[in-house]
Write a protein that binds this ligand. Structure first.
Ligand SMILES: Cc1ncc(C[n+]2csc(CCOP(=O)(O)OP(=O)(O)O)c2C)c(N)n1
Ligand SMILES: [Mg+2]
Length: 330
């Protein structure tokens, strides 16, 4: 593992990154609780992906860059500017949910204010959309970079090939990400693809492909920093494959104990990126365990408050059913 200081980030920035990671974890846990008590209809969790997502998102400039996430990218969306209350309003299906005013399923993140483009449940359709957004930067001579992500199973959809090929041909300022957690619901990678790595595919399309250990914050951040800078400087797209763990079942409607052994589940818990990050923060002198507990207490209070506020927001009115389905003309 790289030392955190190798990231080039200041002590304050690394501690802020830890807050993002822990906020993502605690919010995700809250969303599970809400499904279990029947207050939210669905959750699909990013637990195990948070360190990688924070390292990824911090390499961008959310005030101008575009993000087309997939359903596990909640923590990255928080770094991009969404708040726990925004996310919770989506889970409760509230009128002020910025993702869709309660029209979409939970976990289909979007925020016009923060350049986060809402996505479809049909996996990987965000890839060709992202090429369009990135092509817009080229045609409009704008210097924003576009980020889009998907899972390693979904990366085998046909439109992923079309998007990456087009991006390579046009040298688009676009970063493609595959969050490889080893499973597409219950299907392991041996049945998903025959390449040695997903990252290799970048080269086939004429651009850089890099595989990173998503549990390694500095390695992941540095890989993104380089390709984002290159994309902003006209050097074209890149593909980054982040190796991560899916710590939970696929979704709140799935039970992974049916297809994952007890041993595998135990091993995975020990392989939790959050634990590695905390160990590094202590060993490399960023935070003490007591300081982490204080941060955790603050975040839990923040999420409790956001839950109460989001739950108290008004539901969509039945007569507004046909509103917010398409964007209003500006
Ligand atoms: C086109 C399409 N096929 C199937 C599904 C059902 N589905 C939703 S998520 C998923 C698995 C995706 O696995 P992966 O891409 O590895 O992402 P992960 O969930 O592991 O993050 C499937 C098959 C879908 N939503 N869209
Ligand atoms: Mg997967």
């Amino acid at each position: 593992m790289k030392k955190l200081a190798e990231s080039g980030l200041s002590k304050e920035e690394v501690i802020e990154a830890y807050r993002h990671v822990l906020r993502g974890r605690r919010l995700d846990e809250r969303l599970w609780q809400l499904t279990r008590i029947g207050k939210a209809s669905f959750n699909i969790s990013g637990q195990g992906h948070e360190v990688a997502q924070v390292a990824m998102a911090l390499a961008f400039q959310p005030e101008k860059d575009y993000f087309l996430p997939y359903y596990r990218d909640m923590t990255a969306c928080l770094v991009w500017g969404m708040t726990p209350k925004d996310i919770l309003m989506g889970s409760f299906g509230k009128e002020d949910d910025p993702s869709s005013h309660g029209r979409q399923m939970p976990n289909h993140y979007g925020s016009k204010e923060h350049n986060i483009v809402s996505h479809s449940s049909t996996v990987s359709t965000q890839f060709p959309l992202a090429t369009g957004v990135a092509y817009g930067a080229l045609l409009g001579k704008k210097d924003y970079v576009t980020l889009t992500a998907t899972g390693e199973g979904s990366a085998n959809q046909g439109e992923v090939h079309e998007a990456m090929n087009f991006a390579g041909v046009k040298k688009l300022p676009l970063i493609f990400v595959v969050e490889n957690n080893g499973y597409a619901i219950s299907v392991g990678i041996d049945e998903q693809y025959a390449n040695e790595t997903m990252a290799q595919r970048g080269e086939a399309y004429g651009f850089t492909g890099i595989q990173v250990n998503g549990n390694d914050f500095a390695e992941t951040y540095l890989a993104f920093k380089k390709v984002v800078d290159d994309a902003r400087n006209g050097k074209g797209p890149a593909l980054i494959e982040m190796m991560v763990s899916r710590l939970t079942s696929h979704s709140a409607d799935d039970d992974h104990t049916i297809y994952r052994s007890k041993e595998e589940l135990e091993e995975m818990k020990e392989n939790d990126a959050l634990l590695f990050f905390e160990k590094q923060l202590i060993e490399e002198g960023y935070l003490t365990r007591e300081q982490m507990t204080e941060i955790d207490t603050e975040l839990k209070a923040e999420i409790n408050q956001a839950t109460d506020e989001a739950e108290a927001m008004p539901d969509p009115k039945p007569e507004s059913l046909l509103e917010h389905v398409y964007a209003d003309k500006e």
